[in-house]
Ligand binder design. Sequence first.
Ligand code: AKB
Length: 314
Amino acid sequence: MNQEVVLITGAGGQLGTVLTKELQQIYGIDNVVATDIRPQDNFNGTFEILDATDLKALEDLVKEYNITQIYHLAAILSAKGEQAPMPTWDINMKTFFNVLEVARLFNVDKVFYPSSIAVFGNNIERVKTPQSSYLVPETVYGISKAAGEQWANYYFKKYNLDVRSLRYPGIVGYQSLGGGGTTDYAVDIFHSAINQETFQCFLEPNTILPMMFMDDAIRATIALMQAPKENLKTRTSYNIAGISFSPEELASAIQKTYPNFKITYKPDFRQSIANSWPMSIDDSEARRDWNWQPQYNLELLTQSMLTNLKLKYS
Ligand code: AKB
């Protein structure tokens, strides 16, 4: 087997920060090229500034480092995307087209494309939303992800490009902050709790959304990317589920350790985005095809967040 050399776009983002380290562990620090549009402080490893809308710049890096896998994490998320719909569409689609084309032209073996629960929308089954549900996204981010899934499938069928994808729920981790998503509250709340601040939540107390602890999200990503090609029956994007909870359930879980923790609610435009998303996800196809199984429930997630953030702030 040839040496794998991995390129990551959006390596400075919420998932990218953690996934980069995991990929460095797996493939060796010299075989991971982390890229982002912004410089990264104190980065350990190979880092290149990359605006992934620039086809030539991406192509040059893929040629220079003989890249064999691309993890394309750069994107504008749901809430931020609603502030600027057309630029969001341009950025999310152009960057993915660039990745697909460069991968096709320079024989990259595998591409990872993150999709999202944002591909779902109103008037579908919101509890245990099935893999094959209609995609009727309400945000420009969701529309771009739904379109991207179809392009992933197209490149697989037409060019045999091995594109693999997951529909991530909200990701909750202590290592990094969210960045413009509707599920970001579930990370920010822990920082307030540790710092003994009252948390003002931008969603209503009973808004249940699908979420996942960072470790599970990383494990899912690696398991999908390492699964035998012939096992993968879904070439758009796999549903994956972790835990579903509401802000008030999360606050109660935090109060078991921090009884004085306080939460207030001031819903904003993100409420209607959340209202259009599923409450839980049916991930039976991921379980069947590549043995997906989450490990973190609400209690474990909460304990891990509080313990690790306490260490970080101390
Ligand atoms: C967001 O809230 O936009 C993201 C997502 C669920 O894709 N975290």
